[in-house]
Design a protein around this ligand. Structure first.
Ligand code: HEM
Length: 258
């Protein structure tokens, strides 16, 4: 390379160094740490000398990660709710799929806790006070959002002037709205799945006939697990089966007459 061309250029090593120097404000040696606030994040778990049991780090990480994932899922579903209200069903479906990709790992994480043995859990539990998943901000956010998300859908159904049964019967005509309805059921199923796996986890670790940290019976987990979010959409299946059965009965009777 000729000398005149190289003049004025800093050596590559210096250029590279400049590109890795942090430019964002805040603590942390790199922009990665500053942006993600990893110092703070990684100091949110008990230090080894503070832990009641070596498994406590895993216990805290699973819970904290679940809270983040549920927060993320609730945020996407809230954006989906807005998209539904704006009639942008394609976007709503995309956002709901994204939410599920955050919800699913939170369900999976419950199985990590299934590796705790009952006696070890009780050592950790002794330090939980009245701490209960009933106060989980992430799960509460999802439960608060669920009816509003459903309302956005049912408002659009009303605006279209069709019933739920009609939407299923004429699904090709109303395919976009139909897709949203199916995503609502996917969400509903996931909430039930979370509750089912969580209930099995509680049974495995502390038992099914005991009291939780807030003095309530563990049986409330079974009761809650049976709850559905979008009853109207599930009941439409009964209605449709009823209509089809009645129709075939009439046909049979008709044939009988001939
Ligand atoms: C060893 C692990 C766990 C045990 C033994 C356990 C046990 C329980 C029990 C007994 C309850 C009933 C209420 C109470 O008495 O506190 C409950 C509620 C709850 N827990 Fe857990 N839990 C565990 C892990 C988790 C994790 C990782 C999450 C994730 C966020 C979670 C979220 C919840 C939620 C959302 C509820 C309310 C249930 C509902 O609305 O259906 N739990 N848990």
């Amino acid at each position: 390379m000729n000398q005149t061309k190289r003049k004025g250029r800093r050596p590559l090593v210096a250029q590279n160094r400049e590109m890795t120097e942090p430019v964002l404000p805040g603590p942390g040696a790199t922009d990665y740490e500053r942006y993600l606030r990893t110092d703070e994040l990684l100091s949110l778990q008990k230090r080894p000398e503070e832990r009641s049991h070596p498994d406590e780090l895993m216990f805290q990480i699973v819970h904290q990660s679940s809270e983040l994932l549920l927060k993320g899922a609730a945020n996407e579903l809230d954006c989906a709710r807005e998209a539904i209200s704006e009639g942008d069903y394609v976007r709503a479906v995309k956002l709901m799929d994204r939410a599920f990709r955050m919800f699913d790992p939170a369900i999976d994480l419950l199985h990590v806790l299934g590796t705790l043995t009952p006696y070890e859990y009780h050592i950790i539990r002794a330090g939980l006070g009245h701490g209960s998943g009933l106060d989980s901000p992430g799960f509460i956010a999802l439960l608060h959002l669920a009816p509003r998300l459903g309302q956005a859908f049912f408002d659009q159904l009303d605006n279209t002037g069709i019933t739920v049964e009609e939407m299923y019967r004429r699904n090709r005509e109303f395919i976009a709205l139909h897709e949203v309805a199916e995503k609502l059921l996917d969400f509903d199923e996931r909430v039930q799945l979370f509750r089912f796996h969580h209930m099995k986890l509680a049974h495995r670790i502390i038992g099914a006939d005991v009291l939780g940290t807030t003095g309530r019976s563990v049986d409330i987990l079974r009761q809650r697990q049976e709850h559905v979010l979008y009853k109207e959409l599930w009941e439409a299946r009964n209605e449709i089966t009823g209509i089809v059965n009645a129709r075939s009965k009439m046909e049979e009777q008709g044939h009988g007459r001939n």
